[in-house]
Design a protein around this ligand. Structure first.
Ligand SMILES: [Zn+2]
Length: 484
C-alpha cells in the first residue's frame, strides 16, 4: 500500500469521518466521506471526490480522523522506567521520591536512543502524528525523528540547576557554575538544526526545563529568544507541591505562575507543563485565586498530562474551569505509555472527579484539546483537522474491532474502550507510517529488544550509584514478591 506522496490518494466512502466543520468552527461527524490527499496535503474532506486518484482505499468499516497531537512527551526518557516508577507516589510532599531512584538509575546515550525508538513506535501505532519531544539533546535525535516519519517539534531542554536530595526530605538544587549557558547554546544549535532539517517535518520550541531550575536571567533570555525567532516556548511550571513551596520560599508571596509573569514568560507563545499547582489547588490552602485568571489573560496554553499526576495521587482542579476561561489546553503523555487516547480518557474522567457534580467537560472538548488545541500550541492552523488545505496527518480506525462495538458513537468507543487497539492505518504528510497496525518506518520488534537490554543493563548498575548501595529490587520492589 504505497503510492507517491504527490499522487492523489483517496479514502473512499469512510463509514464515519471526523471532519472539520468550518461553519461551526469545530469537529463533526460525517457519514460516507471521501478524504483525498496529495503532496502531503488534504485536497478534499467531505462528499464524493471526483478528481483523478492514483490510490484508492476502501473506507468501509473505518472511522477516518485527524492524527492526534501529543504536546508533551519525553520519548528518550519515559519508556525505560516502565515497571519501576508507576507506584512511587509521594510519601513526603516536600520532595519527589523519584529523585532517589533517578540518582541511582543512570541512563546513557544508548538507553536514550533505544527509549526514543521504542516510544516513537508506540506513538505512531497509537494514532499520534505530531509530537512535542522534550528531551535533553542526544546524538542522533533529529535524524531518528525524521526516520520515524512523525511530525515533531524538537524541544531541547536546558537549565541552570539539577535536582538532588541528600535527606529524602526536600528537593535541593545543584546550580551550574555557568548558569546553564553552555546547555542553552547547545539547545539553540539543536533548534536551528531542527528547523533546517531536510525532512521538512521538524520544527523547534524554546524549552527552559523547569521554573525552579532556571535562573531569572536564563528565563529572560529564553523568552527573548522565542520572540526574536518566533518560536513557541515550553516550561514545566506549577507541576508539584514541592516546586510551589520551594518557589514561594524563594520569592515570598509569589506563586510560580506569578513569578513567570514577572519575568515576562507568560505570553500566547508559551505553554506550561502542567499548571496543576496553581493558587487554586486545594492542597495548598493559598490565600489568593489569581493564577488561572492570569493564565487566561496572558493567553497561555497548558500541556495537560493527567496520568502521571494520578499515579502520584494528585490532579488538576479542574479542567472545565480552565476551558471555560478560554485557556488553550493540549494533551500530552509525559510518562509512559505514550497512549494519547488513554490519556484523553483519563483527562475526561479525572476532570469529572475534580469537579464533582459541577463537571463541565466533554469528550468533544478533549478531542479538540488533542487535535486543534495542540495545533494552536504549535501555531499551526493546518494541523489537527480533516479539511482541504490541512496537512494529510490522519488515522483510520477499525470499526469492526470488538472493542469498538457496539457502535453507536465511534469517538466514545475509541476513547473509553478501544484506544490504540483499533488504530489500523496512520498517515503523516500523506505518507503511510502505520499499515494494518504495524509501524512501517521503524523496526518495532528490534526497538523492544534494544530497550529491554538497556533497561536490564542500567538496573544492574543501580547499586553502584545509590549512596546506600541498594540493589534495584530494594529501590524499586516489584508489585509481587518472587517466591520460586
Ligand atoms: Zn514533562
Amino acid at each position: 500500500m504505497t503510492a507517491k506522496t504527490n499522487a492523489t490518494t483517496c479514502i473512499r466512502r469512510a463509514d464515519w469521518a471526523i471532519v472539520w466543520d468550518e461553519a461551526r468552527g469545530g469537529h463533526a461527524y460525517r457519514r460516507g466521506a471521501d478524504i483525498a490527499f496529495a503532496g502531503g496535503r488534504i485536497v478534499h474532506a467531505g462528499g464524493r471526490y471526483d478528481g483523478a486518484v492514483a490510490r484508492e482505499i476502501d473506507g468501509t468499516g473505518f472511522l477516518a480522523m485527524p492524527g492526534l497531537i501529543n504536546v508533551h512527551c519525553h520519548p528518550s526518557g519515559a519508556p525505560i522506567f516502565r515497571g519501576f516508577t508507576e507506584e512511587f507516589g509521594n510519601p513526603r510532599l516536600f520532595y519527589s521520591s523519584r529523585h532517589h531512584f533517578r540518582q541511582a538509575f543512570v541512563t546513557d546515550v544508548a538507553a536514550q536512543q533505544a527509549a526514543a525508538r521504542f516510544a516513537l513506535c508506540e506513538l505512531l501505532a497509537g494514532g499520534v502524528t505530531t509530537i512535542v519531544d522534550l528531551s535533553h539533546a542526544y546524538p542522533g535525535w533529529l535524524d531518528l525523528l525524521a526516520e520515524s516519519g512523525i511530525r515533531a517539534c524538537a524541544a531541547p531542554m536546558y537549565r541552570s540547576a539539577e535536582w538532588y536530595t541528600d535527606t529524602g526530605q526536600e528537593t535541593q538544587y545543584r546550580w551550574a557554575a555557568d548558569d546553564g549557558r553552555a546547555a542553552f547554546a547547545e539547545a539553540i544549535a539543536t533548534m536551528d538544526e531542527a528547523d533546517r532539517h531536510p525532512c521538512g517535518r521538524l520544527t523547534s520550541m524554546v524549552s527552559p526545563a523547569q521554573v525552579d531550575t532556571c535562573s531569572e536571567s536564563l528565563l529572560r533570555d529564553s523568552i527573548a529568544l522565542a520572540k526574536r525567532t518566533d518560536r513557541p516556548l515550553h516550561i514545566h511550571a506549577a507541576q508539584s507541591y514541592a516546586e510551589f513551596q520551594g518557589m514561594t520560599r524563594r520569592h515570598p508571596g509569589v506563586t510560580p505562575i506569578e513569578f513567570l509573569d514577572r519575568v515576562g514568560i507568560l505570553d500566547e507563545r508559551t505553554m506550561l507543563g502542567h499548571a496543576v499547582f496553581t493558587d487554586a489547588h486545594p492542597w495548598l490552602h493559598w490565600p489568593t485565586r489569581r493564577d488561572v485568571d492570569l493564565l487566561a489573560s496572558r493567553r497561555v496554553s497548558i500541556a495537560h498530562c493527567p496520568t502521571v499526576f494520578a499515579r502520584d495521587g494528585s490532579l488538576l482542579h479542574d479542567l472545565g474551569i480552565y476551558l471555560a476561561r478560554g485557556i488553550n489546553v493540549g494533551i500530552g503523555t509525559d510518562t509512559h505509555p505514550h497512549n494519547l487516547l488513554e490519556e484523553m480518557r483519563n483527562a475526561e474522567t479525572l476532570a469529572r472527579v475534580a469537579a464533582g457534580p459541577t463537571h463541565s467537560t466533554s469528550t468533544a472538548d478533549l478531542f479538540a484539546c488533542a487535535t486543534t488545541g495542540g495545533a494552536r500550541v504549535l501555531r499551526r492552523g493546518d494541523l489537527g483537522r480533516l479539511a482541504a488545505g490541512a496537512r494529510a496527518d490522519l488515522a483510520l480506525v477499525a470499526l469492526d474491532h470488538p472493542a469498538m462495538q457496539p457502535l453507536y458513537d465511534p469517538l466514545r468507543s475509541l476513547v473509553y474502550a478501544a484506544a490504540e487497539r483499533a488504530i489500523r492505518h496512520v498517515f503523516v504528510d500523506g505518507r503511510q507510517v502505520v499499515e494494518d497496525g504495524t509501524v512501517t518506518t521503524l523496526d518495532r520488534a528490534e526497538a523492544v529488544r534494544a530497550l529491554g537490554m538497556a533497561q536490564t543493563r542500567i538496573a544492574a548498575d543501580v547499586g553502584r550509584h545509590d549512596p546506600e548501595g541498594r540493589p534495584i529490587e530494594t529501590l524499586a520492589p516489584r508489585a509481587l514478591p518472587i517466591v520460586g
